[in-house]
Design a protein around this ligand. Sequence first.
Ligand code: ADP
Ligand code: MG
Ligand code: MG
Length: 210
Amino acid sequence: TAALSAPFVRDWLLRCCDAMSEARVGLIDLDRAIGDGDHGENMDRGFSAVKQLLHDADGDQSIAELLKSVAMSLMSTVGGAAGPLYGTAFLSASRAVGEELDSAGVAALLAGALEGIQKRGKAERGEKTMVDAWGPAADAARAAADGGEDVVATWQAAAEAAAEGAQATIPLKATKGRASYLGERSIGHLDPGAESSRLLIAAAADAAAN
Ligand code: ADP
Ligand code: MG
Ligand code: MG
């Protein structure tokens, strides 16, 4: 596949809605261990709003418009730490994309999302946050695009790196967000935001491949 267009983004976002609904309880459990137990509820609420928005949309929106409307929707419905972070991620991603997504466009989208998250949350990699999923995903997409991979392989590489990055949060001590209140006791648990990020990026790889 040479390049993806707006229907791909729409399909990706719809898959995100299903993924967040399916992961609701799992994300709640993860957040119960090192946070306040609301991450699954927050994400499911946010993506239910996204589903409604996609349902109401006329279908003529560009990739950037779709991502921006998702950003606005997440910012106003998710709440907590994740709402502004994911909102900024999608907003920043919307500014990084063009009319179509080729491999370099995927890399730009992910780099944009990462930049938004870091601008907003000030977390570096290794602090046991969603940055530990988006960071490796953005790097892997860049490497795949530079290596001449097509969009499907580029999303696949990003999804694999996000999964590895999320798993790698388990032994980390949280130094940002609510989990940081636990200090050493945050060690040994998967970060909920890294896990939801993994699922959102996996949904893109699935949408691209299908
Ligand atoms: P809250 O912690 O307000 O209840 P959520 O439970 O919805 O919000 O989201 C928690 C997730 O947000 C964490 O698992 C972590 O991945 C992410 N997070 C928290 N603070 C930051 C930050 N400063 N930078 C990046 N991600 C963060
Ligand atoms: Mg929480
Ligand atoms: Mg909360």
